[in-house]
Design a protein around this ligand. Structure first.
Ligand code: SF4
Length: 962
């Protein structure tokens, strides 16, 4: 082909002279990427077609990773604060000084009281290392970002089906005929969902999206249900009612794999009310209707009853758990007509969706001729698929009723028999896991001693009040109050409460706050303006900051940087080693266990170090177990790559499962292999073990799978993992609140625990909604995340900024007409916590009682090395200023955290607001407005015009044409 100048046009130009495979980190999905380099410089990023996560698909964020690497906001050297906190005045220091300073601060905490260190990380992907480090340090005050992200999804899933959505389970995209999705923003399981929806569309499967806002996935759904925020639980319970009424449930599946037949004691007011009938070995019992006798729940020959009360020989009365389910959900409060107004979904629609679910599950079931053996040794010649799959995320999780709603969604799937079957929601190894076998949290008084590691992990899964981290008075033992009566199942901690609690000294003051990749002075925090004040607030008597020392590690000049005293600059994901481990959140999919690495594609051009390497260095300097040799030398002198290769959590069990053993022939367990990382690099950055067909379904009761899972240390034994529709663990908390047992809540907490610790899912209005005046704040306010941005990571990216550089408050046209507000009008948005002034855009496709905006587009002027007048600072805004981390005062002066009362999940989406048109005089400027912070030394001025491709074009033009 030629152009008009007769110059040949190269229709397939080479995009580089070298290609390297690694793992994307522009969001949390961990897609495989091919990075093309030219003359050693990054030229182009492409999806890796061989990679299990994305099969070649690359999103806008992934391809724009080049601009994160090229970002002028990158930090370039360790920094020490020289001006007041918040000013951004720093001086550059050498790494030795930075590490000496950090070591001195940390050592003092450790030698006196390890609780004085609060170590919290954001959306990093090395939690198996960071948690291990904190455990060796000895502080109980550690968690990652899960508490403000989606702990309701994790806890709700693990307490019910031994797994969860996204990283722990996925829809069977190949076989699903009906996909019901609740509250999913475009970033959670991004490319895999796009790929999956593509499969559904190709096959003509139905996709129903339940979300107050019709963007992203909801925009391509076959049916969009614009539900009122926080009412998904009601909708689901109404669906459950309809299935129960119609009898369209999978009884055989329920009895085989769940606890519906387990006998539950009926002894209202007694200490055993609601607990299972157990035999002398502790095994839960059922009632064999044929023999009219008790039987062990695992007795495959028993014919357990599902309804009816039985009187045991000892006089106790009990009913099968299923009877309690029926009693609870057949109640008229869940009738479609009763929930229609609250949910905004018509009764007809609810009935139709229930009928569609039942029709697909039972009239369009699938049978695959796959032989498998169950945990009782019975051979089966097929697997039966109920091709209904569900997926849920932030829209459920970020409400204070999200834990119960998530449990209800799983129970809906269980009633249909659609968990881990063809066409249903399928587990990803290393899940499922038995709840009883999961760790319990450590951090009680006697477990925290100076210069001593914690004997176990910080985070765990309490099964009874005795496992809470509370003192004799029932007071919280962690800075975030996780695992206290305020958040007994806070399995991911409450990161959103750390700064407030530390500032208040409640339950105690700390000395050093150590944060990684967590923009806690901006979009990762509630009540942003007030939190900035807390970070700079001083003790009047001592003149010292109330949070005395803050260490922060980030690759970029985020809004949090000016609020730290010591900055440890991190690398970008293209400059580092990393592992995406089966010990953490791997890249497995339903048919395979898999893990992955990142490796340096280019060397850093600045004086920065990978945070994980710094953490290991600090660990060695502090003499932490496992990080220092007996002679005092560092255990991992080769840094993070050395750790990834040689660390063993247990004998033969390391961060990576592939190519273990001295010669690399073992997988899962085996000695460290010095060439392991080389083998990963050669294999395009990942390891994948495809399960034999016989191990791919019913994995909670699949003998072959569970035996293999035990050898991989995914499970502690190969016993059946019974799914828990009825939760005895929650009943134990309720009994404690009712005055039973050795560990009981203080009187002030009894009612709250009794209400929320329900053994079957309940629905209640979001807690903030219960406490504020609905007439004064009639609207719900939520955020959505654009497909092309992830947290605040994207909106400093030169290419992604061009897609969305500012945000509006979106409102339905109907509501706009009612309030006489038009597109471009300026409005005040007012909550019980404050007000912001922003511009409106009217739209279709939003629940009429809901306003929303894009998350994390607004930036503080000066941060991220953006121009002082960049649109993100002038026209972008955060809803966070309106969201309080504390609920309104409850009557005795105390303010609970704005969280799910069981899991402590940050209730971002409970926000209630009113919207008022701003006066003409108030138009034109976003409020609150912030002064720009100073730029740190060494941060160059960004180019006026970015011409990234220019260099490569010039190089190409110099080359002789082919
Ligand atoms: S979804 Fe996009 S940003 Fe996220 S890991 Fe995959 S390619 Fe990267």
């Amino acid at each position: 082909m030629t152009n008009t100048n007769d110059r040949p046009i190269d229709t397939s130009p080479s995009v580089g002279d070298e290609v390297k495979h690694t793992t994307c980190y522009m969001c949390a999905c961990r897609c495989g990427i091919k990075v093309y380099l030219q003359d050693g410089e990054i030229r182009y990023i492409q999806g890796n077609r061989n990679h299990p996560v994305n099969k070649g698909i690359l999103c806008a964020k992934g391809s724009a990773g080049i601009m994160n690497f090229k970002s002028p906001a990158k930090l370039s050297k360790p920094l020490k604060r020289v001006g007041p906190r918040g000013s951004g005045e720093f001086k550059e220091i050498e790494w030795e000084e930075a590490l000496d300073t950090a070591t001195a601060w940390l050592a003092r905490c450790r030698a006196t009281n390890p609780r004085k260190l609060a170590f919290f990380t954001g959306r990093d992907q090395s939690q198996s290392l960071t948690s291990w480090w904190a455990q060796q340090f000895g502080t109980p005050n550690f968690s990652a970002h899960g508490g403000f992200c989606s702990v309701n999804m994790a806890a709700g899933g693990l307490y019910t089906i031994g797994s969860a959505f996204w990283e722990f389970g996925e829809p069977d995209w190949e076989n699903t005929k009906y996909f019901l999705m609740f509250g999913v923003a475009e970033d959670h399981d991004s490319n895999p969902i796009k790929k999956g929806i593509g499969h559904l569309k190709t096959r003509g499967a139905k996709f129903v999206s339940v979300n107050p806002v019709r963007t992203g996935y909801s925009g391509v759904a076959d049916e969009w249900i614009g539900i009122r925020p926080g009412t998904d639980g009601l909708f689901v319970m109404s669906l459950i009612r309809e299935l129960l009424r119609a009898g369209t449930i999978d009884e055989e599946y329920l009895v085989r794999y769940t606890n519906v037949h387990w006998l539950v004691i009926r002894n209202e007011g007694g200490a055993d009310h609601g607990l299972y009938i157990r035999d002398e070995n502790g095994a839960a019992q059922c009632w064999d209707g044929e023999k009219q006798a008790l039987a062990v729940n695992t007795d495959v020959n028993a014919k357990p009853i599902l309804m009816g009360e039985v009187t045991l020989p000892d006089g106790r009365k009990a009913v099968p758990a299923f009877q309690l389910i029926a009693e609870q959900y057949l109640d008229d409060q869940f009738a479609p007509e009763a929930v229609a107004e609250k949910t905004g979904i018509s009764a007809d629609t609810i009935r139709r969706i229930a009928a569609e679910l039942a029709d697909v599950a039972f009239q369009q079931s699938i049978e695959l001729p796959i032989e498998w053996v169950d945990t009782f040794g019975r051979k089966h010649d097929k697997v039966i698929g109920r091709p209904v799959a569900m997926h849920a995320m932030r829209g459920i999780s970020a409400h204070s009723n999200g834990f119960h709603t998530c449990r209800a969604i799983h129970i809906l799937q269980l009633l249909l028999g659609s968990i881990d079957v063809p066409g249903g929601m399928r587990y990803k190894p290393p899940y499922p896991k038995a709840l009883y076998s999961l760790p319990k949290p450590f951090g009680k008084d006697r477990e925290v001693q100076p210069n001593t590691p914690l004997a176990g992990p910080h985070l765990g899964f309490p099964m009874a009040p005795e496992q809470l981290l509370i003192d004799d008075d029932g007071k919280a033992m962690r800075i975030d109050k996780a695992f206290s009566w305020e958040a007994p199942l806070a399995t991911h901690g409450l990161m959103h409460m750390v700064i407030t609690n530390a500032w208040k000294g409640d339950p105690y003051p700390i000395d050093t706050l150590f944060l990684y990749m967590a923009n806690m002075a901006w979009n990762s925090t509630m009540n942003t303006s007030k939190v900035m004040d807390m970070l700079t607030d001083k003790n009047e008597e001592t003149g010292e900051y109330k949070i005395p020392r803050i260490i922060y590690s980030d690759a970029f000049y985020s809004e949090m940087v000016p609020y730290a005293d010591l900055i440890l600059p991190d690398t970008t994901y293209l400059e580092r080693w990393d592992c995406i481990s089966l010990l953490d959140r791997p890249i497995s999919h339903a048919d395979a266990a898999a893990d992955a690495i990142r490796h340096p594609i280019v060397e850093p051009d600045r004086d920065v170090r990978c945070f994980q390497e710094v953490l290991l260095d600090l660990g060695a300097r502090l003499g932490l177990n496992g990080m220092m040799n007996d002679d005092g030398s560092p255990k991992y002198p080769g840094g993070y790559a050395d750790y990834i290769t040689n660390h063993e959590r247990r004998p033969g069990l390391g961060p990576l499962a592939g190519w273990r053993g001295k010669d690399g022939t073992e997988h899962g367990r085996g000695d460290a292999n010095p060439d392991q990382l080389k083998r990963y690099v050669e294999n395009e950055g990942f390891w994948e073990y495809t399960l034999p067909e016989a191990h791919r379904y019913y994995r909670f009761a699949n003998k072959g799978y569970l035996e293999w899972a035990e050898t991989m240390a995914f499970t502690t034994n190969a016993d059946q993992i019974v799914m828990k529709i009825y939760s005895e663990a929650l009943q134990k908390f309720r009994l404690a609140a009712q005055g039973h047992g050795d560990v009981q809540p203080p009187d002030s907490e009894r009612e709250r625990i009794e209400t929320y610790a329900s053994p079957l899912p309940i629905w209640y209005p979001p807690v903030e909604e219960q406490m504020v005046d609905e007439a004064a704040y009639p609207l719900h306010a939520i955020t959505q995340r654009p497909m092309h941005m992830y947290h605040s990571w994207g909106s400093q990216n030169a290419w992604l900024r061009q897609i969305t550089g500012d945000n509006r408050l979106y409102m339905s046209r109907e509501k706009g007409a009612e309030l006489k507000i038009e597109t471009d009008d300026w409005v005040w948005v007012i909550s019980h916590n404050g007000r912001i002034k922003v511009q409106v855009a009217l739209m279709d496709g939003v629940n009429k009682d809901t306003v929303w905006t894009w998350n994390a587009i607004g930036k503080r002027p000066g941060a991220w090395n953006l121009d002082a007048d960049a649109s993100e600072g002038r026209k972008g805004f955060l809803l966070n200023h309106l969201i309080s981390e504390l609920l309104p005062e409850k009557g005795d002066g105390y303010r609970y955290s704005n969280s799910d009362p069981l899991t402590g999940q940050a209730a971002w989406f409970d926000l209630r607001v009113r919207v008022e048109k701003a006066s003409v005089a108030d138009e034109g400027v976003i409020e609150p407005a912030f002064q720009p912070t100073a730029k740190p030394p060494g941060m160059s001025h960004p180019p006026e015009v970015l011409k990234y491709g220019e260099t490569f074009r010039k190089t190409r033009e110099k080359e002789p044409s082919a």
